[in-house]
Design a protein around this ligand. Structure first.
Ligand code: NA7
Length: 550
């Protein structure tokens, strides 16, 4: 794109996924700001650029996970999905289509990883450096680095000595990996691990699954659409669903039933669970009883129901307690359930073996494979790490951004994230992050939140430029209050008891805290809009208005 070292931008966005492209489109085209995106990958799609491992697909069904702009989807020439839960290739094509409709590419510098940034108090501008040696100045820096841009690989000793190939799923090679007939290990049975396993089990020679915690996976109920069917959906209820996304807990068209499980008889509960189970997808997770994630009893009943369903598919007796133990390893749904299709059948194939890491933890990676406790060595050609991410904060702390006190965000957030409204942190003026900590990030599907939280940002930027605001940051008091609020409300739920990436507890050394707003999307939007309606001022935010600067 047309950008050089001397250019001074109004806004620099980092990341060209759902959030980044929405920001670019509106800041540039609706408000008229000089805006660019820097993107580390060679193309659009954010998480869907990087996650191209076998079986990678989204867990939100059409049309939840897309932009609501009719310019993109409406009419015969609008975007047409082929599958109810699209895979990564289709999602990448979708971004190409969005680019054509919104004309984004000319303002995106790809293959550009941002290394660091410092705020200059004199000019009130950020100086931003890229790994390839470029420096730009920008009034506002908007991080759209996503919840999962920093992969996490366990630090097993000996990994460097492994003579085969190893990959993290989110860094899968462009050209793919030949797995046919190979001896393959998969670490991790989160959403990613389940997808990889069910996809490759039939291709590989032998598959060894290293499981630490079983996934409470739910049936996806995938299906394909004809163009005609999709046209009918568009006419019938697309717009309604886009509206509904704004009103539900997690930005999906489905949401909790007002009924409490605790007030129902066992027979009523079974009938209720059966009904939401039949609907498939996330219904069993999100259209469940309103007290599902606060009442251990109700949650245990849901788990027992889930277990009964899943056991019917586990034909190898020795796997029953491994994949669906009688005692739940954590409350149901407090880790994101994977949506699976053939996972349990594939786990029972003869070429698939499960190693329980709770019984036999890894001692080291050897040149030939993996040695677990007790001295047993497994030999592999390929090791796949589906071990997740330094989620939510990792994409932000990964960049050496220095605040006005000279400290980096990484340093400041070491004892815990600080993120007023989930978007701003004290001593880092004019820096905003979207889909970051203490926002509904894990509980708001990406496309929905790119528009909801994204719109707040766009409105704020319009306000800031209209009013010559050159410097703005959260106060320490405001961010402290927000943090307490987020952690207190999550503390009342069962989510707080589980060591998940929602709680920052999946990466050793990271503080366990609520990285997510768990009061639901509508409450979040209400809070941030209230702050906006008070002029973004006083109580919560700090302004330093220098008129005539613009
Ligand atoms: P997740 O959900 O963080 O899952 C990571 C998996 O890797 C999970 O099963 C972990 O077990 C396992 N893990 C993590 N560290 C280790 C070590 N050291 N040894 C063995 N196993 C380990 O990441 P995903 O990529 O699957 O999904 C992330 C999100 O992407 C998902 O929620 C969707 O929103 C899309 P654990 O459960 O911690 O015992």
């Amino acid at each position: 794109p047309n950008i050089n070292d001397h250019e001074e931008l109004d806004a620099l966005i980092i990341g060209a996924g759902f959030f980044g492209v929405y920001q670019l489109h509106h800041l540039r085209d609706s408000i008229g700001l000089r805006t660019k995106i820097f993107e580390a990958a060679p193309d659009f799609a954010g998480i869907w650029y990087w996650n191209r491992y076998p079986g990678a697909r989204v867990d939100s069904d059409v049309p939840v996970y897309e932009f609501s702009d009719p310019k993109i989807w409406k009419g015969k020439n609008g975007w047409k999905w082929k599958e109810r839960y699209p895979g990564w290739e289709e999602l990448r094509s979708y971004f190409k289509f969005v680019d054509e409709r919104w004309g984004l590419r000319r303002d995106v510098r790809f293959n550009t990883r941002v290394k660091g940034a410092q705020f200059d108090e004199d000019t009130k501008l950020w100086r931003v450096q890229t790994e390839d040696g470029m420096t730009v100045k920008t009034r506002f820096l908007i991080l759209c680095t996503g919840f999962g841009s920093k992969p996490y690989v366990p630090s097993y000793p000996g990994l460097g000595t492994f003579e085969g190939k190893w990959y993290h799923t989110a860094r899968w090679p462009q050209e793919g990996v030949r797995l046919e007939g190979k001896r393959v290990a998969v670490f991790g049975t989160g959403a990613t691990g389940v997808q990889v396993i069910q996809e490759i089990a039939a291709k590989v020679g032998e598959l060894t699954v290293f499981q630490r915690t079983p996934n409470m996976a739910l049936p996806m109920k995938q299906c394909t659409f004809t163009d005609k069917e999709l046209d009918k959906m568009k006419e019938g209820y697309y717009e309604e669903i886009f509206e509904k996304r704004k009103t539900t807990f997690a930005g999906f068209p489905i949401t909790f039933d007002p009924k409490e499980g605790a007030s129902e008889s066992p027979e009523q509960q079974t009938a209720f669970f059966e009904n939401i189970w039949e609907k498939g997808g996330f219904n069993f997770w999100l259209s469940t009883y309103s007290d599902m994630y606060v009442s251990e009893e109700v949650n245990n009943e849901a788990y027992a129901f889930w277990r009964k369903k899943v056991l019917q598919r586990i034909t190898k007796p020795e796997l029953r307690e491994k994949l669906a133990p009688e005692k739940p390893p954590h409350a149901f749904g407090t880790k994101r359930p994977s949506l699976e299709r053939t996972f349990y059948e594939k786990m029972c194939q003869d070429n698939v073996m499960l190693v329980d890491l709770k019984e036999t933890p890894v001692e080291e990676i050897t040149p030939k494979g993996v040695r677990t406790s007790g001295g047993k060595e497994y030999e592999f050609d390929v090791i796949v790490f589906a071990t997740g991410f330094d989620a939510i904060t990792g994409g932000i702390t990964n960049i050496d951004i220095k605040g006005t006190h000279g400290k980096s965000i990484e340093e400041v957030w070491k004892p815990g994230a600080r993120a007023y409204l989930g978007m701003s942190t004290a001593h880092f003026p004019n820096l905003f992050f979207l889909y970051g900590p203490q926002a509904p990030t894990a509980f708001c599907n990406g496309a929905t939140c790119a528009e909801l939280q994204g719109q707040w940002m766009i409105d704020f930027m319009a306000h800031a430029f209209r009013n010559n605001i050159t410097r703005i940051e959260a106060t320490e008091e405001a961010e402290e209050k927000w943090k307490v609020k987020v952690n207190e409300s999550t503390g009342k739920t069962l989510f707080a008891k589980t060591d998940s990436w929602y709680m920052g507890a999946n990466v050793p050394g990271k503080v366990k805290e609520s990285l997510n707003w768990t009061n639901g999307v509508p409450e979040y939007v209400k809070e941030i809009e209230e702050v906006a309606s008070r002029g973004y001022e006083g109580l919560f935010m700090y302004f330093d208005i220098l008129a005539d600067t613009f």
